[in-house]
Write a protein that binds this ligand. Structure first.
Ligand SMILES: Nc1nc2c(c(=O)[nH]1)N[C@H]1C(S)=C(S)[C@@H](COP(=O)(O)O)O[C@H]1N2
Ligand SMILES: [Mo]
Length: 418
């Protein structure tokens, strides 16, 4: 595809999304390769369900044009193919999932690191309807022997390769069988094309990169995708083995056939796994209200927000109204679904002045968000020092101070009110 033609196509695609999603903001990467639009504002984090219009969108190549007759080929240990009609015949489930782009918070790295400079815009919660991956695979020849424990499911995106590389991701088969679905509806609506129609993989609680959109092939193998492991002429291991790996400046990650720790935080802590993969999401929280833009008068005000921890649960959320000096417990409330964020609230008696409001979450395994992102040379000792490791791809950042909300509380005299 001609460069100009590609640029025009992408422009049209982004404009169409922006038109459908009022209030949403566009963010560009340096190479103009990612199509990304982010949740517009903090208010997204005040609500449990994110409307489709506020759900971020992130992908590399253009959306596939031809969706007529779409089918998913099955390969490796599997055989045959699935049409959309085949998929729709299988029993449906609905799964709530808080999806976060692994690049969320990249813009908080100092010095700056590549690609889209997200702040906190790239996280959202939707309810996805589709078919359990376990039903699909069992119906198509997957046995239930012990070997499944060490096998991997590779999902291949049907988005056309622009620079010769296709979008492919592998997840452990155990995760795929436990709660993943092939989704064709989002928030009760037919799946919008920018979110992966006609069908996408949904990997609850794991970084968005794993939820391959426009799935065209599913392959069960004894390892994750490496270059040459698929019968494909295009580059196919880049998004598994190079991108979405966490490492300090200057490193080159080595491909692995398999690893046995899928919790991203534990990989970061592990001495065995050199360049962690973006799998299960790190513990994180964002305040949704106040936003810092409204007028606040002294007195009682409720602080609201959301906290999530991938496929782990949230154990505790604390609030600081003095920029992280002192902390008090917030109260979790609302729906309690696995792999989905939890709402929290905190009653604050606001006094006149400027205040930095911060939230900090701890997950069920006792892991707490760090205060800030480390310097670029501190990768290996960062977590021990209570900092998030600056990494070259700018992935997985979950520090709380960069997301503080600054609010000004002012007394408005009754005369000026009228
Ligand atoms: N086929 C394909 N699937 C993809 C991508 C892509 O570029 N191609 N991007 C991934 C990334 S990086 C993210 S964060 C999520 C975003 O999903 P959303 O656009 O529905 O929010 O899709 C993932 N699935
Ligand atoms: Mo992403």
């Amino acid at each position: 595809m001609e460069l100009e033609e590609r640029a025009r196509q992408r422009r049209e695609e982004i404009d169409a999304i922006l038109e459908r999603k009022p209030g949403v903001r566009e963010v560009q990467d340096d190479e103009d390769r990612f199509t990304v639009v982010g949740a517009a504002n903090r208010e997204t984090y005040e609500n449990w369900l994110t409307p489709i219009e506020e759900h971020f969108v992130c992908h590399r190549n253009p959306i596939p044009e031809e969706k007529e007759g779409w089918h998913v080929s099955l390969s490796g240990d599997l055989d045959g193919e699935l049409s959309m009609a085949d998929l729709r015949e299988l029993p449906t489930v609905a799964v709530a999932h808080t999806m976060e782009c692994a690049g969320n918070g990249r813009g908080q790295h100092d010095p700056q690191t590549g690609d889209v400079q997200w702040g906190y815009e790239a996280a959202a919660t939707a309810v996805w309807t589709g078919v359990p991956v376990s039903s699909v695979l069992r119906a198509r020849g997957l046995g239930s022997d012990g070997e499944n424990e060490t096998r991997w499911l590779t999902a291949i995106g049907g988005d056309p390769a622009v620079d010769g590389d296709i979008y492919v991701r592998s997840i452990p088969l155990s995760k795929a069988l436990s709660d993943c679905i092939l989704a064709y509806e989002m928030n009760g609506q037919p799946l919008p094309e920018e979110h992966g129609a006609p069908v996408r993989l949904l990997v609850p609680g794991w970084y968005g990169a794993n939820s391959v959109k426009w799935v065209s092939e599913l392959r069960v193998m004894d390892g994750m995708v490496t270059e040459g492991s698929l019968d494909r002429p295009e580059t196919h291991a880049r998004w598994q083995q190079e991108a979405y790996r966490f490492y300090p400046a200057g490193d080159t990650p080595e491909p692995n056939k398999s690893i046995d720790e899928f919790d991203t935080w534990e990989q970061l802590r592990s001495e065995r796994i050199d360049h962690p993969y973006a799998f299960d999401q790190n513990v994180m929280s964002v305040i949704g209200s106040p936003t810092g833009e409204e007028v606040i008068e002294p007195g009682g005000i409720e602080i609201h927000g959301v906290a999530w921890a991938g496929d782990d649960t949230i154990d505790r959320v604390e609030i600081s109204v003095d920029g992280g000096e002192t902390w008090e417990d917030a109260e979790p409330f609302g729906p309690e679904y696995s792999c989905t964020w939890r709402l929290f609230r905190y009653e604050w008696n606001a006094s006149e002045g400027t205040h930095a409001l911060v939230s900090r979450a701890t997950d069920e395994r006792g892991r707490t968000q760090p205060a800030k992102i480390s310097g670029p040379k501190k990768f290996s000792e960062a977590l021990e020092n209570g900092e998030y490791p600056w990494n070259e791809g700018g992935y997985g950042a979950n520090a709380y101070l960069p997301n503080a909300v600054e609010v000004e509380v002012v007394e408005i005299s009754s005369s000026s009110k009228t």
